[in-house]
Design a protein around this ligand. Structure first.
Ligand SMILES: Nc1ncnc2c1ncn2[C@@H]1O[C@H](COP(=O)(O)OP(=O)(O)OP(=O)(O)O)[C@@H](O)[C@H]1O
Length: 402
């Protein structure tokens, strides 16, 4: 199926759940207090903990497991933390180091196995240069088990998307957005210095280091009703999912990034490099401030129309260089919108958006003009004019918070 057909099926991305505790299974926090791990024998006794009998993988090549059993004698499976295209991430107890870990068990399909080996290579490269301030997840080790590449990571908390969802998509306070933005840009700057481009930055791939949160009462302006809102106890975050990371000097595939965070040069087929990550950071920061993905779309023309609505007209020199596939979105050097729209719903979805400044000021005090100025720098259409990660870190939004 063509990418656009697949995407048109739903306006929203498929989203993943956090900590799906199976019925009857204690939640992670309760388990922390359990004494079952105190009964775990020391390393020499590992051989008592055998692997389960070999079973077939499921139709999609995923490893089939039951909770409480072992993934190799060293790792006891406690729960599923997430699932992606590449595989499932399991919460495990490491009997040897006596700590909780997150193990990504990759599907036993050769293209995913190959991609996992590239991810391992990137993770090793990142770790070699890390001075503990890269904000990139740490890989403890990896192994090949029953035709599944397994990558053992430090265990982190929920993703920023999970957190937004849990809060019914109410935005994060701007001071927290500043902290998230700073760390995110530091991790991107670190990667770019190493000539690596993440290409799949999105709130699902940014995890809070800790799962701890506080509940605060929030009074609604319009009524006496008091709701609760959760805030993370710590703002520390780390970047995950280096499965699509590209080396700058490699031949690139033409389409990268999850749709909502995809830069205009990718859609127009102009080629892409480091600035595509910066565009994604811009989209992410808007989402954290407003609670909603900025460009909720699944097709190219609608996506470009949304960009123009929020950021003004696309530069002519980019339109002129658009590749053959993208030329069809334009008539006489301007976007064929709304004439080319597939439905009235699509025209309405674009009209619902507003200029960036207005979108942000609905949620953030208008005195925060430095935030809007930063966002305009991150969301420049022309990739050569976009801020670099290091330039963005010097922006007054981070340097002189008022
Ligand atoms: N170190 C970790 N600690 C806790 N949870 C994690 C960790 N790594 C991954 N997860 C969870 O597992 C999910 C899937 O992980 P990841 O994004 O690495 O998989 P993927 O198959 O590469 O995904 P994608 O389809 O986006 O490429 C994440 O969204 C997150 O919820």
């Amino acid at each position: 199926m063509a990418e656009e057909d697949k995407e048109r099926q739903s306006r929203k991305r498929r989203r993943l759940t956090w900590d799906v505790a199976p019925s009857g299974q204690p939640e992670a926090d309760e388990r922390d207090g359990e004494d079952s791990e105190a009964r775990v024998p020391p390393a020499p006794m590992l051989r008592r903990h055998v692997s389960p009998p070999k079973r077939d993988d499921d139709r999609d090549g995923h490893y089939v497991f039951s909770l409480g059993e072992n993934l190799t004698p060293r790792y006891k499976i406690l729960g599923k933390m997430g699932e992606g295209t590449f595989g499932r991430v399991l919460e495990c107890w490491d009997r040897q180091t006596r700590e909780y870990v997150a193990v990504k068990v990759v599907r036993s399909i050769s293209k995913y196995r190959d991609a996992a080996m590239i991810e391992i290579d990137v993770l090793q490269h990142l770790a070699k240069n890390d001075k503990d301030d890269s904000h990139c997840v740490k890989m403890h080790s990896w192994f090949d088990y029953r035709n599944h590449i397994c990558i053992v990571f430090e265990k982190l908390g929920p993703s920023l998307f999970d957190f937004l969802k849990r809060n019914k998509y109410s935005p994060f306070p701007v001071d927290l957005v500043r902290e998230f933005g700073r760390q995110l840009l530091e991790s991107v700057a670190y990667m770019h210095d190493l000539r690596l481009i993440h290409t799949d930055l999105k709130p699902e791939n940014i995890l809070l280091v800790s799962s701890e949160f506080v509940k605060l009462p929030v009074c609604k302006k319009t009524s006496d009703e008091t709701n609760c809102r959760c805030l993370p106890k710590s703002s520390a975050i780390k970047l995950i999912d280096f499965g699509s990371t590209a080396y700058d000097n490699q031949i690139h595939s033409s389409i990268v990034s999850t749709r909502h965070y995809r830069a205009p040069e990718i859609i127009l087929g102009l080629g892409w490099t480091y600035p595509c990550d910066i565009w994604s950071v811009g989209c992410i920061l808007v989402e954290l401030c407003t609670g909603e993905a900025l460009f909720q779309t699944h097709e190219n023309l609608e996506h470009l129309a949304m960009m123009e609505r929020v950021l003004g007209p696309l530069p002519e020199h980019m339109i002129r260089r658009a590749d053959r596939g993208a030329k069809k979105y334009f008539r006489r050097s301007r976007l064929n919108w709304p004439e080319g729209a597939v439905s009235r719903e699509s025209i309405r979805a674009v009209r619902k958006l507003d200029q960036l400044k207005n979108l942000v000021s609905r949620h953030v005090d208008s005195s925060r003009s430095s935030l809007v100025n930063l966002l305009h720098g991150l969301l420049k259409f022309d990739p050569s004019e976009r801020l670099t990660a290091r330039q963005a870190l010097e922006h007054p939004f981070f340097k002189d918070p008022t």
